[in-house]
Design a protein around this ligand. Structure first.
Ligand code: AMP
Ligand code: MG
Length: 483
């Protein structure tokens, strides 16, 4: 295992040195052994709680250079230069056996110069939410930050009520956000912006650095990675909820989990964040907001790229997103992409989605049930769930015709579809039960649910409870931003 501190050492003027603060009676509640092995971290770390609380390795390596990063961000469309790591610290970068770099970032580490009036803490509820969501998306194949461990404690932290203080270590390629670039651009610190770009070309956009115009190549890469990410959110029914530019990673990964939700009943206008009554970050606004955010980021490339080139890079967004979304939806419906029948396939996909929305069907379960669709049969189990059976029959006629035309053997198609339509998704109402128990010190349900989320496509008897449709009361749980 090798730890490095390239950000802290090479970008000293973009961050502040801060040491983590211990929590009262901290206890390591969860440790992600798979991830630790992938990062090549020592297995014995798991036995040493002090590592994960105040983070002292015997040689002090982990927190010797811990830093809070400065950034800004467009929050709900308004520029805010006052942001930064208010409760998180970059501890170190782990270099894995493939020589890939992974940030180890401690969330809930205590106040920093960027905490403003907040306490620098994280609560158990929000760390559990982040841990499980990031693992769930990872196992669905959606790029995301990961969770290495979760520490619970008896520290009282005050939100809308008193809660338990907690910490987690988040892992991702880097914690560079759109808001980092925006901050140094808008605060007119060209040298620091340049240092940031140089750092990116050295460590994170190495291939782009070799391109004819590295800045164009970097912007294009961020545009395309973001487009592909958001296409995946749309296909899996994931609503991020706070797509402020400080929560957007330049690596095109899901990042900074707040009041997110997976869809229950399909409502394209679903808003998971109750602090967003206008629905700026509603489910169906996500693709448009992704482009808005990229426009905001692209401003900071203007010292290096002509406007026409920026427009050209941004123009890649829509076709990339549509292409990725189309591929995912073809897979979900068991259709084969084919330019000759593209229009009919789009009709089948869109009409299916319209039917789910019109009758508020559970998004994930409806797709899972569709896996059993039988072209030789009337599919009463599926059909009877729709009030408008005429519409279903009309749609099914086109679907059967296309499946027949594409000539894929039925059982093969069904099993392929099961690999693209999760049986188990992270439901807010289950998550709430996991949190309630963990608040009492019982992490058993956490671990069982986590195991289930690691196998989202399999039908496993002991996880059946997590695959059931949500009860009515479980569908409209309000999630606030306070975490
Ligand atoms: P978020 O809504 O978590 O993306 O956070 C927005 C900004 O508020 C970031 O600059 C965070 O670091 C900061 N922040 C959020 N919660 C806290 C907290 N409890 N203490 C200090 N800063 C915080
Ligand atoms: Mg944030």
């Amino acid at each position: 295992m090798k730890l490095e501190h390239s950000f802290a050492k090479e970008l000293t003027s973009l961050s502040s040195e801060v040491k983590p603060i211990k929590l009262l009676n901290a206890r390591l509640a969860v440790f992600n052994r798979d991830l630790a092995a992938q990062l090549d971290l020592p297995a014995e770390w798991q036995q040493q709680i002090h590592l994960f609380d105040a983070l002292y390795t015997p040689d002090g390596e982990l927190n010797r250079y811990s830093v809070a990063q400065k950034y800004g961000g467009h929050q709900f469309g308004h520029w805010n230069p006052e942001l930064g790591d208010g409760r998180g610290l970059l501890l170190a970068e782990a270099i894995d056996s493939l020589k890939q770099r992974w940030d180890l970032h401690l969330k809930g580490a205590g106040p920093t110069p960027y905490s403003r009036f907040a306490d620098g803490r994280a609560v158990l509820r929000s760390t559990i939410r982040e841990y499980l969501a990031s693992e769930a998306l990872h196992y669905l194949g959606v790029p995301t930050s990961r969770a290495l461990c979760l520490i619970t404690s008896e520290e009282a932290v005050y939100r809308e009520k008193q809660e338990r203080g907690a910490k987690m270590i988040r892992v991702c390629q880097s914690h560079l956000r759109f808001g980092h670039f925006e901050y140094f651009y808008h605060s007119q610190q060209p040298q620091k912006l340049q240092n940031l770009f140089d750092y990116c070309f050295k460590y994170h956009f190495v291939d782009c650095a070799k391109a004819e115009n590295p800045y164009v190549a970097m912007l294009e890469k961020i545009v395309m990675d973001t487009a592909k990410l958001i296409a995946k959110w749309q296909a899996f029914g994931f609503n991020h909820g706070v797509m402020n530019t400080d929560n957007m990673s330049i690596h095109g990964i899901t990042f900074d989990y707040g009041p997110y939700a997976f869809l229950d009943d399909f409502d394209p206008k679903f808003i998971c964040n109750h602090s967003d009554p206008q629905g700026r970050y509603s489910f169906d606004s996500q693709p448009g907001i992704g482009l808005w955010n990229l426009n905001a980021l692209a401003q900071s490339f203007t010292p290096h790229i002509e406007i026409a080139q920026i427009k050209q890079a941004l123009s890649l967004y829509e076709p990339t997103l549509l292409q990725e979304y189309s591929t995912l939806m073809h897979n979900k419906l068991g259709l084969l992409p084919n330019p000759a029948v593209a229009e009919t396939n789009s009709y089948i996909i869109n009409t299916w989605l319209d039917m789910l929305a019109a009758e508020k069907k559970d998004y994930s379960l409806a797709f899972r049930q569709l896996c059993e669709f039988d072209i030789f049969n009337d599919n009463p189990q599926l059909r009877d769930q729709f009030i408008d059976r005429g519409r279903f029959d009309e749609w099914a006629k086109h679907y059967i015709l296309m499946l027949t035309k594409q000539g894929i053997e039925q059982t093969q198609r069904q099993s392929r579809m099961r690999q693209h339509n999760p049986q188990i998704v992270l439901r807010n109402y289950i998550l709430q039960q996991v949190i309630d128990r963990a608040e009492e010190g019982d992490f058993e349900m956490f671990h069982t649910f986590l195991e289930a989320l690691k196998n989202p496509y399999e039908t496993i008897a002991k996880y059946k409870q997590f695959a059931a449709p949500p009860p009515e009361w479980g569908k409209h749980l309000e999630i606030s931003c306070s975490s």
